[in-house]
Design a protein around this ligand. Structure first.
Ligand code: ZN
Length: 330
C-alpha cells in the first residue's frame, strides 16, 4: 500500500508543482541538511536538487534548508513556537502582520507551529530582521537568526523543509488556516498542498526600514476604538451586532487583558478548581467571516462576541438577543 502511494505521489508531483514550493521554501541550493532518526540534522555537503526534494516529499528522507542563500539573501522568514499554544500564539502574529498588509502562513510542527512569510524577491537578512522582529512575541524564535553570513557562521539558520515526514514522530505537518474556531489544513492531499503554494502571496520586503528596532520591541494593539451604542432597529442581526463592536474593548471591561489580548478565562468550569489562574483567554479582532474573536487555550474553544456574553451571563441565545434588542448595554 505504501509503495502504491509513493507511485501515485510520483505521478502527481510534477516539476511545475515543485517550482512554486521551492521558490517559497528553499534557501541555499548548493547545500542542505538531512534529519537523522533522533531528530538532529546533519549537513549534506551537496546540492539540493529536485530529486532531493522529491524524496523529502515522499517521506523517504527529511531535509532542512539553509534560509540564507549563496548570495547572502533570503526568500522567507520563519517564526517558530515550540509551545503547546504555538498555533494560537502565531495566529495572533499572523493577525498582526495582516493588519500591516503582510500575508503569512501557519504550519503545524512537532511541538507547536511555524509562521512563514515568503518574499517576492530575495532580501538582505539584516533588513528582514529589522522589519519582522518587532512582531516576534516572547518565547518565539525568529529565523534567519543572522544579519549576514560570516566566516564563523558560513551557513546560518537551518529550517525544516515543509511537508516532509518528521523522522521522530513519523508525521507530516500541514499548513493550516483558522476557520470557525478551529485549525483546518489548507488542502486535503500532498499534491493539493503543493498546488496551494502557487496561490500564496510573496510579499515585497520594504527597501528601507525607518527606525532601528531592538529584538525586544513588540507592537501594541491600539485600544482606542470607541464603544458604539446599540441600534435598536429590528433588522439588526447577531452578526451585524458582532461586527459593530470592538471585542477587545468590550471583553476588556470584563476581563483584564494585557497588551497582547491575554487575560484569565472567566468561564471556570473547564479550569482546575473552577478558576483560570494563568491567562488562558485570548481576545482579538476578528479577521474571518465567522467573527470569532476569543479563544481559551485550556478549553480549546472560542467564539464570537455574542457567544462570550451568552456564556458570561449564562443566557440562551434568545434571552441574550432580547436583552440586546431591548437596548441592554454591557
Ligand atoms: Zn477557559
Amino acid at each position: 500500500m505504501r509503495s502504491l502511494l509513493l507511485v501515485i505521489a510520483m505521478v502527481v508531483i510534477t516539476k511545475h508543482l515543485l517550482d512554486a514550493f521551492m521558490a517559497c521554501c528553499v534557501g541555499r541550493r548548493d547545500d542542505y541538511a538531512y534529519q537523522r532518526s533522533d531528530g538532529r540534522y546533519c549537513r549534506a555537503g551537496c546540492p539540493l536538487t529536485y530529486d532531493v526534494v522529491y524524496r523529502h516529499l515522499q517521506g523517504v528522507q527529511t531535509i532542512g534548508s539553509y534560509l540564507i542563500d549563496e548570495q547572502g539573501l533570503c526568500r522567507s522568514a520563519v517564526f517558530d513556537s515550540d509551545a503547546s499554544s504555538g498555533q494560537v500564539d502565531l495566529l495572533q502574529v499572523q493577525t498582526q502582520l495582516a493588519g500591516v498588509g503582510v500575508p503569512s502562513y501557519l504550519e503545524q510542527s512537532r511541538r507547536g507551529a511555524h509562521l512563514r512569510v515568503f518574499f517576492r524577491d530575495p532580501a538582505s537578512p539584516a533588513l528582514v530582521r529589522r522589519w519582522l522582529l518587532p512582531f516576534r512575541p516572547d518565547g518565539v524564535e525568529f529565523y534567519p537568526k543572522q544579519d549576514a553570513l560570516s566566516e564563523s557562521v558560513p551557513l546560518g539558520s537551518l529550517v525544516r523543509l515543509p511537508l516532509g515526514v518528521h523522522r521522530v514522530t513519523g508525521e507530516c505537518y500541514p499548513f493550516v488556516a483558522w476557520s470557525h474556531g478551529q485549525f483546518i489544513p489548507v488542502a486535503a492531499s500532498l499534491a493539493d498542498m503543493l498546488a496551494w503554494f502557487s496561490t500564496v502571496q510573496r510579499v515585497p520586503v520594504p527597501a528601507s526600514i525607518p527606525l532601528p528596532i531592538t529584538d525586544q520591541a513588540t507592537p501594541t494593539i491600539p485600544r482606542t476604538i470607541p464603544f458604539k451604542t446599540v441600534p435598536t432597529e429590528t433588522t439588526l442581526t447577531i452578526r451585524d451586532w458582532c461586527r459593530q463592536h470592538d471585542p477587545v474593548a468590550m471583553i476588556g471591561r470584563y476581563v483584564a487583558l494585557d497588551q497582547k489580548g491575554m487575560g484569565c478565562c472567566p468561564f471556570g468550569w473547564h479550569h482546575n478548581d473552577g478558576v483560570d489562574t494563568h491567562p488562558s483567554l485570548w481576545v482579538y479582532r476578528p479577521s474571518s467571516p465567522d467573527l470569532c474573536c476569543w479563544y481559551c487555550h485550556v478549553w480549546k474553544q472560542g467564539g464570537s462576541l455574542f457567544d462570550f456574553f451568552r456564556y458570561y451571563y449564562g443566557l440562551s441565545a434568545r434571552e441574550l438577543w432580547s436583552h440586546i434588542l431591548a437596548g441592554g448595554h454591557f
